[in-house]
Ligand binder design. Structure first.
Ligand SMILES: O=C(O)CCC(=O)C(=O)O
Ligand SMILES: [Fe+2]
Length: 308
């Protein structure tokens, strides 16, 4: 397949779902309204310019990331609630299960939750990110049989080209098993205009592309919608103030959820890095810390004592 399928902003939901089921990814042209696109750029570009670049090959050494986007712009609401994204996500994430409770047999289904928000700006000279599946964080098994853990969107905040790092996607890779290794030669670049969006399944292999240009910054706004069963049942973050959690031994802090493991779940962004929240409880200086992605790259540096 030389190109991803493109659908218009008024496409039928069934068509979006059908392409996602077949290819694992689809481009929706003019997904963002002009107001949302310019609002996102106005709100996020100045903040991205102040972020430090990543410190591991996954985050990218010339890529700037900004998370907690709902704190930085109100325009993400239009992305998360766009019917083609939200309802397509519900289709893949909220498939009901039949359960017993005593005499009663009933149907339960997960809701959708916003799992990650991140603006990603790839600078000239950046290498391609390793090809990966975003549902790796859940240790999801493949093939999924159509039941996904995550549906992701990457909105183009500038034109995406083959040269400036347009997201690499391997169409059909959502159907592969866990043994098959993704090859760069199988990936195609997402080429789309500013305001268009790539929607893809958590099981689809993809990566940020290399930026081969001299002076173009490739900026994306991404939001992951996740199945709500992938979380702690009791909401520890609202139940327990962080200073109380900090008074417990580290083992309890981590068990309560102030932790991010080798599968990255639970990070918090500081200074452009996706760090383990345990650093916040320790009251450490955060400057220079590597993000959780560094843990899977022992070749770049010995793990910092603080990360162990
Ligand atoms: O920047 C991109 O195009 C993709 C980034 C990505 O896949 C990730 O950081 O997980
Ligand atoms: Fe990704």
């Amino acid at each position: 397949m030389a190109e991803l399928t493109r659908l218009p902003p008024d496409a039928r939901l069934e068509d979006v779902i059908a392409v996602l089921e077949r290819d694992g990814g689809v481009i929706i042209e003019d997904f963002l309204s002009p107001e949302t696109l310019s609002g996102l750029r106005d709100d996020l570009l100045p903040l991205l310019a102040r972020q430090a670049a990543g410190r591991d090959p996954f985050a990218g050494f010339s890529t700037r990331r900004l998370s907690a986007l709902f704190a930085h712009t109100r325009h993400c609401a239009a992305i998360a609630t766009h019917p083609l994204f939200l309802h397509a996500a519900e289709h893949f994430l909220c498939q009901p299960r039949e359960v017993w409770a005593g005499e009663n047999r009933f149907s339960m289904a997960a809701d959708v939750r916003i799992g990650v928000t991140q603006a990603i700006q790839i600078a000239p000279g950046e290498n391609a990110q390793p090809l990966h599946r975003d549902d790796t964080v859940f240790l999801w098994r493949h093939p999924t049989g159509g039941r996904e853990g995550r549906v992701q969107i990457i909105c183009a905040a500038c034109d995406f080209t083959t040269d400036n790092g347009g997201t690499l996607v391997i169409p059909g890779s959502h159907l592969w098993d866990d043994e098959r290794k993704p090859e760069r030669s199988e990936a195609i670049s997402t080429v789309m205009k500013a305001g268009s969006a790539l929607i893809f399944l958590g099981s689809t292999y993809h990566a940020g592309g290399a930026n081969l240009t001299a002076d173009e910054y490739r900026t994306a706004v991404s939001i992951a919608l996740d199945a709500s069963n992938m979380r702690q049942e009791e909401n520890m973050y609202l139940s327990l103030p962080s200073d109380l959690v900090a008074s417990y031994p580290e083992q309890i802090q981590r068990l309560l959820g102030w932790s991010a493991g080798s599968n990255h779940m639970g990070w918090v962004e500081r200074d452009g890095q996706m760090i383990d929240p345990i650093h916040l409880l320790r009251g450490e200086a955060l400057a220079g810390l590597r993000g959780v992605g560094a843990r899977n790259h022992p070749e770049i540096a010995p793990a910092q004592p603080a990360d162990a």
